[in-house]
Ligand binder design. Structure first.
Ligand code: NAD
Length: 354
């Protein structure tokens, strides 16, 4: 058997911990990729995986992505991620969350957690009853930063899509620009609402068809079946569901000029970035464009540790830097001939000392 730490996804993680609590039925993995720039920060995913190996791969890839994301966002945090392996019914109990919180606490602040897919603000509030190493907690008032990172992630993606449209299509306005959005949950739904306000033509798809139809009606968008959205002829394809959708088959289906969305780990394998570029499709590296949420939860965490309220304008100011970072990557890509994901990976690796 090959040692799993020699596999590419392992990428010299500093720590990978398997957490088992027989009493509550918790099985979780906490992966810490790098603490070079600070404690490993990244959310907890609650998901049913067909195979335990899929959960390990997800934790490792997401955790490395967080190292890159935090570094590129200029945050004093390293990269980490947790996955809780749910059963097929996605049973989640207070006891499981408590056991998970204790495991986070035992790491003494090396890992700071927050929400990810399948984990709510209320879940994080429950985790916070047993550990201080948590963020994305409910906040009071509209001017306080923090809470659910989804809207902040959506805001960064909205800015990033506008930058991509300017770079690739030379347009300053979203009026009539056609964006096909895969996944209309917390992030994709937020992106859709912001784009609708600026006159974009939207096509939405989600496996939760009723919710997707309701949103489409509210903002005046079209819908397509979730298995058809990648083939929609459009200006921008915005993936906001799950990762690894840009594989051989996915790439062959695309009929767009830009891929820019919030899903983590969109490229199935490293070669899919250059393949996108060869097709003349501009790619916004996922961990750069989707950093809005981690910017919010990190500033919330750092402010709470200082006992000070966190100013939402500071969060917005930092999120507004995302388009500039993307533009820098695209310009470097145009000059060097390397694809945007290769350029971004190199920048991130230099920042984390790899
Ligand atoms: P969410 O669970 O609120 O929404 C995801 C949506 O995608 C759901 O509505 C789901 O039904 C839909 N979906 C799942 N599979 C689909 C498919 N095959 N086709 C179409 N729709 C599908 O999650 P979210 O918080 O909006 O996160 C979306 C993505 O963005 C995830 O990859 C997440 O890791 C990433 N992300 C989220 C944040 C954040 O702040 N929430 C930050 C960075 C990255």
């Amino acid at each position: 058997m090959t040692a799993f730490w020699t596999e590419a996804d392992y990428d010299d993680h500093e720590l990978v911990q398997l957490v088992r609590d027989a009493k509550s039925g918790l099985t979780a993995i906490i992966a810490l990729h790098s603490t070079h720039l600070g404690p490993g920060a990244g959310g907890t995913r609650f998901w049913h995986y067909a195979e335990p190996g899929d959960a390990m791969r997800d934790a490792l890839r997401l955790s490395r992505g967080m190292s890159y994301k935090n570094a590129m966002a200029g945050l004093p945090m390293g990269g980490g991620k947790a996955v809780i392996l749910a059963d097929a019914d996605k049973t989640k109990t207070p006891e499981m969350l408590a056991a998970f919180a204790d495991a986070v606490d035992a790491l003494g602040g090396q890992y700071v957690t927050a929400e990810d897919v399948g984990i709510s603000e209320a879940d994080m509030a429950a985790v916070a009853e047993r550990t201080q190493y948590v963020s994305g907690l409910p906040v009071d008032g509209e001017d306080a930063a923090g809470g659910d990172p989804g809207p902040f992630t959506a805001l960064g993606i909205f800015h990033g899509i506008k930058a991509a449209v300017k770079h690739k299509l030379g347009k300053d306005s979203m009026e009539g620009v056609h964006v096909a959005i895969q996944g209309t949950g917390s992030v994709g739904g937020g992106v859709a609402r912001l784009l609708a306000k600026e006159g974009a033509k939207l096509t939405l798809a989600d496996i939760h068809e009723d919710r997707c139809e309701a949103l489409a009606k509210e903002i005046g968008a079209d819908t397509v079946a979730s298995d058809a959205v990648m083939s929609v002829a459009c200006d921008v394809f915005s993936p906001n569901a799950l990762g690894a959708i840009l594989d051989d088959e996915g790439l062959a289906r695309l009929d767009c000029k830009i891929v820019a969305g919030g899903a983590n780990n969109q490229l199935k394998r490293p070669e899919h970035g250059p393949m996108l570029a060869k097709r003349g499709i501009l790619y916004a590296p996922d961990y750069v464009i989707n950093a809005g949420g981690i910017i919010s939860v990190t500033l919330e965490y750092l402010c709470r540790n200082k006992g000070a309220p966190c100013d939402i304008n500071e969060v917005r100011k930092r999120i507004a830097l995302i388009p500039g970072r993307l533009e820098q990557i695209w310009q470097e890509s145009d000059t060097s001939g390397n694809s945007p994901d290769q350029v971004a990976d190199k920048m991130a690796q230099e920042l984390i000392g790899r």
